[in-house]
Design a protein around this ligand. Sequence first.
Ligand code: ATP
Length: 343
Amino acid sequence: MKPAIGLEMQGITHHFGTLRVVDDVSLSIAPGELVCLLGPSGCGKTTTLRIAAGLESPGSGTVTLNGTLVSGNGIHLPPERRHVGFLFQDYALFPHLRVLGNVEFGVESLAPAQRKARAMEMLEQVGMADYAGAWPHQLSGGQQQRVALARALAPAPALMLLDEPFSGLDKRLRDQIRDETLQVLKRNKVATLMVTHDPEEAMFMADRVAVMRQGKVVQFDRPETLYNAPADPFVAAFFGEVNQWTVRAQGGTAHTALGDFAVPHDGEVEVLARPEALRLVDDGAIVGRVLAARPLGAVSLLHLRLADKWDVRARLACRTLPAEGEIVRLAVDPTQVFLYPRT
Ligand code: ATP
């Protein structure tokens, strides 16, 4: 069998004292693939990334990089022997080196002419070649981040590790730098592991997302699968606001204000519906009273009461907003309604 290329983490568990912060995590990243670790604060994302980097030695499990065992079974290779590149929130450029010197630093082992050529090639890729002679303090935050990316990629690492790399940038710049970074990573076909707590960022950047909770990966899937087929209520709610109720299913059916849904087991069922699951339709089967209506720009937010007892928030495109107290008819997109047995 050919050894796996890219990153392979198998059964990683790690404790700090008695606290299990990483709990049997397994994931793989192919060259050219970007995987996000996504989850709430303290769920173990950064520790998992640090284990991949070699900054932390896992209590158990193995890490393999391009087919070489780098952690586990008594082996622990330090970060400098793993061929990994880092991009963190603070760009950490060397203040005493110009931009070119910063990028050359990563490829010191090359002969001077090749070193300069490689550094300039990377600066071209991130659109910073004109700033080769500048000092880091003369650059904006976004420009410093581009140089940091060039520096990290110059040695052609086997793995790139990104920890909340855009959180120090303001929103407009963040979107632009995020887009550019993604293109450069893809062009260089490097396996990338990125930590974020922002679901939108994960959806935008990642080929696959590992959603973590309390040290465990609860779902590892493509962004559209996470959004359209979340494994549990936690994942469904993490990707955006949801309406949530508990009902009792009988005879394989859960009766809800949004209609009847078939379920595999009777008993208590959690029903989650995304606000965009509802549409205003003249002959819709669902009748609701408008409690509040607010324009948000491209869409409007309606707060409705269904069947006199189910409150629901709907996000929908409508030019003229219904008035408060008005009775409206709605239809539901059943693919945006999720049912789970209550645990
Ligand atoms: P955040 O999004 O807030 O950065 P995270 O998901 O990256 O969180 P980690 O930084 O991996 O979470 O931390 C997981 C848990 O381990 C937290 O409870 C944290 O307090 C704890 N922890 C992290 N590093 C250490 C350490 N060196 N010593 C003791 N506890 C630690």
